[in-house]
Structure formats: C-alpha cells, structure tokens
Design a protein around this ligand. Structure first.
Ligand code: IPT
Length: 998
C-alpha cells in the first residue's frame, strides 16, 4: 500500500515541470499552522488520513508550522551523516522504521478565486510527499529540493477544503540525496495554491543573448500559450516567440547585474482576467572558446563559495531575509559566485542572485555518495531502474530555473560516480537549454562535462592543471580521446579550502594559482556556513550542536561545521581572509618608486565604482591621509599611479621628524595603507565600504630573528654563584624562584613561568581526514601535549651590569628521549623591566620516534606565562585586528589594535587553537588595579592570551565548557604552525610548518 515510498518512481499525478515565477494572478499561501502527527512507519496515521473530514481521525494530533522540518519542531532528532546512508543500504528499499509525518489543514478560497485551472504547488518536501485534497488522492513526489505541482481546479470548493500531506522521512528518493548534510524531513518550503486563469501561460523560456562584438542583444521569449512581451525601457512590445534584435544593450554580469524589467502578459480568455508576469531580463552569453569559459566574450573567474541552505534554528527552511543576508554578506566579502551545493536552492535565492549579481553554478539534487560502501554496486546512475528518477530531477531543476541570468552553469550532480544516466541527463539538458555549459566532477572521463573539475587538489596539482599538464586521471588511458578532450576543457575548482574549524589556510596561494592561467574559470571554497543548530542549555547559555552531539550511528560528527560563517552567520576569520584573497582590485605599493600599481581584477567593470585613499601611520597612529586619484583602467588591466604629493610630503616630514627608518628597530614604524572603497551606495553595501587595501612599510619589512645572530649559549656554570639556588633572586624589578629559576614577579605583578610550550589545542585541520595527515595524532605520540619540565641549573652572575640570571633546564615528555634543552638568560631592563633571551636546543630522538611519514615538528615553539586573571584588555602593535596564522594572514594589517582578552578568542563551534596574533612588535596587557604589563619583541613575537590553558581548550567539546582558570595564560611564540586544509584536502605545505631549529 505504501509501495510508492520504496519504489524508485519519482512521483505520480504531478504536473509537468515548468518555470518558477510570481505573477499578479491569485496566490494563496498555505504556509502556517497545520495539524500534525508523527508516526513510526510509512503507514502514518492509517488509511483514513486522506479522507474528506474536517477533523483528523484518531488522537495524538498536535500542530506544526509549515514550512519547517519536524525534527526541529520538537518531533524526533535531526541526523547528520557525511557519506553513509542512515539506513541499511538495500536500495531502493527503506526501513520499516520510517518516521512519517501526517500534515493536515483546511482552507477557504479567497472571494472571487478562479478555481478552474488552479495549481497546488509544493516548493520542497523532504523526502516524499503524498497529497490528498478533499478526499481525493492527487499523487506523490520525491526529490526533496525540487518543486512539484498538482492540477486541483475541479476539486476545490469555496470553503472547508481539506488538504492532507503524508511525508515520509525515508523513501527511494533518499538514495539520491546522500549529500553531506543533516537529514531534515518535512514540508520545508512554501505550499501555495495558484490561480491559473484561462489562457494563462504555464511555462516560458527567456532567451536573452548579448553579442560582445557589437554590443547588440537578442531577445526571444517562448511560451506555451500566446502572450505579449514588454520591456518598456527597450521599447519592446512583441508577441511571445518573436525574435527581437537590439542594436545596443547593457549586458548582465555579476559585476553589473543589469536587469531590464518588464512583463509577460496574457489577455483574458473566456471572461477570465489576463495575467501579468514580471520579467527581469539579463542579457548575457556563456560560451567556451579555446578551452576557456567566457561570458559576454570575456574570460571570467568565479571567486565562489559552496552554499548549503542552513539556518541554526530553521534548518533548510530559510526565510527571504536570511537568503538576502547570505547574498549581501557574500557581495560584501568580494564573493562573486555560488555553487548551490548540492541541490537547487529556494527559488527566491536565485532571484536575489539575478538582482545583486552573483554567478551561479546550479547543482541538481543528486548525490549517491553512500554507494561507495557497496563498492558502487547498484549505484543509481548506472542502473536503468533509476533512470526516470534521475531524469525527473534534472528536468525539474532546468525547467524551474532556466530564466535566471545568474545561472550560468548546470551541474548535474555531486559525488555520484559514473553511469549511463549521465549521458541521458546531459543530452536532455543540451537539447532543452544549449545556452549553458554543463558540469560534473566525479566521472574521470569527464565525457558529460564541459569542465575539467576537481575537489581539494594540492597547490602543485592545481598549478599543473593551469598549464594543461595534469596527470591523466586514473581509469583514463593516456593519449585517449577522453584524455585529449579533457585537457582542452576549462577548469572549474568545485571545492577547495575546507573551512572546517580554524582555517582554511593558503587561500591566497590558491588564488595566485587561479589567476595564473585562463584555463581556470574559478573556484568555490567549501563551504559558506557551519551547519550547527542552536540549543539553549538549562542555564540559558546558547550553544551550537553538530552531528556528534546527537546519539546516532553512523555519524558525521563535526564535519558539518566547515563554513566561512558560523551557524548564526557571524563571519569567521576564514571569511575575512577570503575577502582579502579575492579582492577585485590588487594594490601594490612601491615605496622606493613612490607609486602604487592598481590592478583591476574584475572581468568586465572598470574602476569607476571605487574611490582610493591613502593613510600614513606612525606606529599605528594616523599622521596624514588623503585621496589617490586613479585614472581609468579597464577590466583585467593595470595602471601605475605616483604617490600623491600629500603622501610624498607626509612621508618626508615624518621621516625627518623622528628619523623613522628600518634602523629604528620597529620602534616607530611608518606604514602606508592604500585602500579602495565604494564611491556610491550599492544595493549590498553603503558608500565607503572597503573592497581592497594594501600596506607597505617605509624603510622595509620587519624580519624575524630568532637565534640572535652570533649569540652564543652561555657556558654552563659560568657564573659567580652556580647550581640551583635555594632562595629567591631579584634582578631589578624581577623576582625569581631560585630553585626553579621561574619568574615569579615583576614589580607588583605576580607571574608564573615562562615555560617552553610546544603544543597547541589541535585544530580540526590538524587532525587531518581519518588517518590521513593526522598531525594532531603525531603530536600526541611525540608527547608534545604532556611535556615535563626540569630545572638543572640556576646561575646568578652579579658581576654583569645589573645582574644576569641563567636558567638551564630540559623539557620533554615521559617515556621518550626527545625534548629541548632550554637556557633562559635574564637581565634587568630599566627600572621596572626584565629582558629574556631564550636559547632552545632540540635534543633526543625526534625523527626516530615512530610517527609514520611525518616529519616530527611541533605546532608551536614558544613560551607560556601565567598571569593574573585581572588582566582584561590588550593593546598591541602588529598585524590585526583579527587572528592570523602563517598561511592565513593576508587580512591582518599592521597597526595599533585593541581588544579585550575575551574578544581575542574566536569561539569555533568545536573549541580548538585560535586567537593567534603574529609578528607583534609590542603588547600591553592591562586590568583594573594592575600595572600595565608590556612585552616587547626583538623584533617580533606571536601571542595568544586566554583565560584557559591549551589543555582545557583541547578538552572542551563546546565553548561553554571553557571556564575561567582564574589566570590569563599568555603564549609568546617564535613560531606557530599554519592552518592548512587537511580535514579535507592536501597536507599542510612544509613551508607553513614550524621547524625544530631556527
Ligand atoms: C566533498 C563533498 O562534495 C562535500 O559535500 C563535503 O562533504 C566535502 O567533501 C567535505 O566537507 S566530498 C570529499 C570526499 C572530497
């Protein structure tokens, strides 16, 4: 009886797929409160459910809002799996245990409603919905992220219509929906009743091309019923099916999303009113020439993100404002493209992309990843029994969204391996819409794809692709026709930069490669948003849960927390870095030449939207500022501009005034910042919004020194008083414990340490992917998380001016020989300071330790100091204001920054290393009633300051587990490892590792 649930058939009784549009014909939203009852099996509340009765049969009914996912409305739990199916893989069947939501509501028709021809539309039901209206079974549909409609005209009555929808959590369709995301059942997109007046257009197709050679355009709107096309701005008023040539039009692009608005109208027929469908026409032509993707004749570079629909409270039931927020935030962060991973979004999202300007690679709701656990046996694209279901999804996507200028590429599926179905899907798309190229990444032959495409390649691999010198993919014969064809294709990097936890690193490195060859048409960071759900704990604290917080196996854990924005859409440091990496304008300041080279990285627009300004700062304090006048500069061109006179003279007078130069040792560094900002308000940002910036130091870069050149480790016992001292020692304002040699006080301040620190709370990228690139595991094997310290010798040399204390020791883990021999040389510095020179010498068997293929390097090399918990605020001069790491620091600018100790933390959904401020020149910590603690580098250091230790950070499963230890723990590091992207991607490049010895 419920055989349709497990039957691979995609649906029954539905209308043919067609374009999504809003018109002035009547529309009755059926969103709102519905009666709801959840049952354990597909039988739901029983066979009477669809009956034409006002009250549902049986008890146990409650109510639920629509659209929503029932698991987020108090009925059962959301489940997260990455690749594994959450039910036995025995396709197309699903388990008997199949939570089934019966939804019912009644509705009256608005006065004067034209029933005849009315259509009942569901924009998205996960995963299978069977529908009854007034006791009549209409049919069912699968394909969660795609619309379906029923013709309901004859069944409607003016009052008391009874609509019943039975929704199964699992269906045959679930086998095609194994995307790496939460399984969220329910009616999660709009339900609506649409008036379709007699003679109305059911479906139409806007063809709007642009010819870049002469700036002309072509418009033709095809429709299934005759209509009139009017674009007043262009003087167009023609019947549908008419080809109109336009001598000059402004093309649509993501940079200049020029839409010509008009209407498609039908006259009234048989006494029915006419209908007006608003049109938003964007003229553009997508083509592939010479192995490059062109839009309007120009190569384009997608600076993109993969976007899942996610809201921390509503799951994939997004409202319009949330969609707009995504679009606006993307535009504000220089993002120009979206891959709708891995399903068609709510149709409103594409309307926003048309309007605000984002290139869209629209992907179909097809992923069969979990068949990997069956060795791909029975994989739907390779099985004829699934053909109809796959084709159904492709048709429903293309038909729904074919009129959006923003959609420039159709992506057939994600991670679904290979199969003949792709031939048919491709052929159908080409026949229906030859205007857009097709993408599919997972078939190594790429025979159905207009793009060569990969996920997560290493930088060298990507660079080879740019030279069309990639190795032949496995399974493809070198020199074969497939091999040759692929090498001629443009390349689309559909996923890279796995933004899980703290990361990704190397966004700038990747961008440089992507800009090195016109074979690259762009790239999409994985991914836009962390899929975390908000939970309020009993004490009122709010937190985000991930898959691992739900008691269910298989479980994808925190792998769903891999976005550039946190679940509540707060930008993560990764997004700030990405904004910098993909600036539309590159500014290069040449202090010696006194010029700025401005490179316009846009593909179409000149620089007229941007205003340029300069700022001169001395040790982070503004000295002078002004504007930079940049002459006209075409897309993809550069122009060099001499420093404005004001900047040149400000530099000269600042240098003269205080002799600022490299020789100052960083005391009074002079920095020039040049920035580009919007001249006028845009739809997505106010005037003055900064899009790009660059900095340069007058007098050269600050270079990092560790072993002070020529400095020698003082010889053992070379002091007046050697061995461990049984008393406390003072050097000026500094007090030491004579036995441990630890600094215990400085003036009125109490201190503890410093001690050698070689470890950090592993980031998720440190943990690699499974066993692959698991550096965190190596560090634990090396015992870096459990270093024991020993003091061997404390030597006070009172003959040295002001005194000198030499503390020798050894730090290393139990059970192993590896470690560091440490020599801390302390000298008084001024009346209230102390200077430390630390000599660190690796000892023991670092490389012989059995840790697999990894070179055994610690994630950090530095010192940890315990301070009074009363310190609340930090001020520093160096890169900031946000956190930064060796391979993710482009967005940090040199300046004087301030933040509270609490604000120095980034609360990743899963606690891990965060908050590093690199290359700091000086740091001042202050707190009520405490003297300011100032730390100066020689010349620079990295710092983190937090109220808990790295060990606590590592142990915490959620940010709310982090408790104030009563102290501030200050790490002062020579080096800390970069971030990488190894949670899904290549190993961290060697150059971003720390070394044992510097
Ligand atoms: C890739 C998936 O396409 C994406 O959905 C997501 O799971 C991502 O990985 C990791 O977060 S697939 C991977 C096997 C390369």
């Amino acid at each position: 009886m419920h055989s349709y649930v497990s039957d691979p058939v995609p649906g029954r009784g539905r209308r043919e797929p067609r374009a999504d549009f809003v018109s002035d014909a009547g529309r009755l939203s059926l969103n709102g409160e519905w009666d709801f009852r959840l049952s354990r099996t597909a039988a739901g509340t029983g066979p009477e459910f669809g009956a034409d009765t006002l009250t549902p049969a049986g008890d146990g009914w409650g109510s639920i809002r629509v659209p929503a996912h029932w698991v987020l409305e108090g009925h059962g739990e959301p489940l997260y799996t990455n690749t594994a199916f959450p039910f036995p893989l025995d396709s197309p069947r699903v388990p008997e245990e199949n939570p089934t939501g019966d939804y019912r509501r009644t509705f009256d028709l608005p006065a004067g409603w034209l029933s005849k021809g009315s259509v009942l539309r569901f924009q998205g039901v996960d995963s299978c919905g069977a529908v009854w209206l007034n006791g009549v079974e209409l049919g069912h549909s699968k394909g969660s992220r795609l619309p379906f409609e029923f013709a309901v005209g004859p069944l409607l009555r003016e009052r008391g219509n009874v609509l019943a929808v039975r929704v199964n959590r699992w269906s045959s369709g679930s086998h095609l929906e194994d995307q790496d995301m939460w399984w969220l059942p329910g009616i999660f997109r709009d339900v609506e009743l649409l008036e379709r007046p007699a003679g109305a257009i059911d479906d139409f197709f806007v063809h709007a091309d642009y010819d870049h050679r002469d700036g002309s355009g072509m418009l033709r709107v095809d429709s299934d019923a005759p209509g009139q096309v009017e674009l007043p701005e262009l003087g167009i008023a023609v019947p549908t099916g008419t080809t109109v040539r336009l001598a000059a039009i402004e093309p649509w692009s993501a940079e200049s999303p020029r839409l010509y608005r008009g209407t498609l109208s039908t006259p009234g027929v048989d006494g029915a009113p006419g209908e007006r469908i608003p049109l938003a026409v964007g003229f553009r032509t997508v083509s592939i020439e010479d192995g490059r993707l062109l839009v309007n004749g120009s190569p384009v570079l997608f600076r993109g993100v993969n976007r899942h629909e996610h809201d921390p409270d509503r799951g994939r039931a997004l409202d319009l404002e949330t969609m707009r927020r995504d679009v606006v935030m993307m535009k504000q962060h220089n993002i120009n493209a979206v891959r709708t991973s891995h399903y068609p979004p709510h149709p409103d999202f594409l309307r926003l992309c048309d309007e605000y300007g984002l290139w869209v690679v629209e992907e179909c709701d097809i992923e069969t990843h979990g068949f990997i656990y069956a060795g791909w046996e029975g994989n739907p694209p390779a099985e004829p029994v699934w053909r109809e279901a796959l084709m159904d999804r492709i048709r429903r996507m293309v038909e729904r969204d074919k009129n959006h200028p923003s959609v420039v590429v159709w992506s057939m599926a994600n991670e679904s391996m290979t199969g003949e179905a792709f031939d048919e899907m491709e052929a159908w798309i080409r026949a229906r819409d030859g205007s857009r190229p097709i993408h599919y990444e997972r078939d190594p032959s790429y025979r159905n794809s207009d793009f060569y495409s990969l996920m997560y390649p290493a930088q060298e691999e990507l660079a080879a692709v740019g030279r069309r010198a990639e190795p032949t993919p496995e399974g493809v014969e070198a020199g074969s026709a497939d091999d040759e064809r692929r090498r001629g294709l443009p390349f689309l990097l559909c996923e890279y930069g796995h933004a899980m936890g703290n990361g990704p690193g190397s966004l700038v490195d990747y961008q440089n490669i992507l800009e090195s060859s016109e074979r690259f048409c762009g790239a999409f960071v994985w991914e836009w948003i962390d899929h975390g759900f908000r939970r309020t704990l009993p004490d009122g604290v709010s937190t985000f849960v991930h898959g691992g917080d739900i008691d269910f196996l298989p479980n994808g854990g925190s792998y769903c927390i891999d976005g550039l924005v946190f679940p509540d859409r707060t930008p993560s440091p990764g997004l700030v870095e990405y904004k910098k990496a993909i600036e539309p304008v590159a500014l290069a300041i040449d202090v010696t030449a006194g010029s700025v080279v401005v490179r316009n990285k846009q593909d179409f627009a000149d620089l007229s939207a941007f205003g340029f300004a300069w700022l001169l700062e001395r040790e982070g304090v503004s000295m002078a500022s002004g504007v930079v006048t940049v002459p006209g500069c075409a897309a993809r061109a550069s122009v060099s501009v001499a420093f404005p006179a004001g900047l040149a003279s400000a530099i000269a007078s600042s240098v003269a005034a205080d002799g600022a130069s490299a020789a100052d040792g960083g005391d009074r560094e002079l920095w020039i910042t040049v920035s580009a900002s919007l001249v006028a308000e845009a739809a997505w940002a106010p005037a003055g919004h900064e899009v790009a910036w660059a900095q340069a130091r007058v007098g050269g870069e600050v270079t990092r020194e560790w072993a002070l050149s020529g400095a020698e480790v003082p010889a053992s016992g070379a002091g007046a008083e050697a061995q461990v001292l049984e008393r406390s020692v003072a050097l000026g304002a500094a007090r030491f414990d004579g036995a441990s040699g630890e600094l215990v006080g400085l003036g009125e301040l109490e201190l503890a340490g410093p001690r050698l620190d070689l470890w950090r709370a592993p980031t998720e990228n440190d943990k690699g992917q499974g066993e692959l690139n698991n550096l965190a595991k190596v560090w634990r094997k090396l015992g870096l998380d459990r270093i024991l310290h020993r003091t061997d010798e404390v030597t006070l040399d009172e003959t040295a001016t002001g005194g000198r204390l030499v503390v020798r020791g050894r730090s290393g883990p139990a059970g192993l020989t590896l470690g560091y021999r440490t020599t801390f040389v302390w000298e008084a510095a001024g009346a209230d300071g102390v200077a430390l020179t630390a000599f660190l010498e690796p000892v023991g068997h670092w490389t012989n330790t059995p840790v697999g293929d990894f070179s055994a390097t610690p994630p950090r090399l530095g010192l940890r100091l315990g301070l009074s918990g009363g310190f609340t605020d930090a001020e520093w001069f160096g890169p900031g204001p946000g956190e930064a790491y060796a391979d993710s620091r482009a967005a940090a600018r040199v300046g004087r920054h301030r933040a509270s100790v609490d604000a120095l933390q980034t609360h990743y959904v899963v606690p891990q290393e965060n908050g590093n401020r690199p290359d700091t020149r000086w740091l001042e910590l202050s707190g009520a009633g405490l003297p300011t603690l100032r730390v100066e580098g020689a010349p620079v250091f990295d710092f983190t300051a937090r109220r808990w230790t790295s060990e606590s950070l590592d142990a915490a499963a959620h940010p709310e587990h982090l408790v104030d230890s009563g102290r501030v723990w200050l790490n002062l590091d020579h080096a800390q490892q970069g971030l990488g992207s190894a949670s899904c991607g290549p190993a961290l490049p060697e150059r971003y590792r720390t070394c044992l010895l510097y």
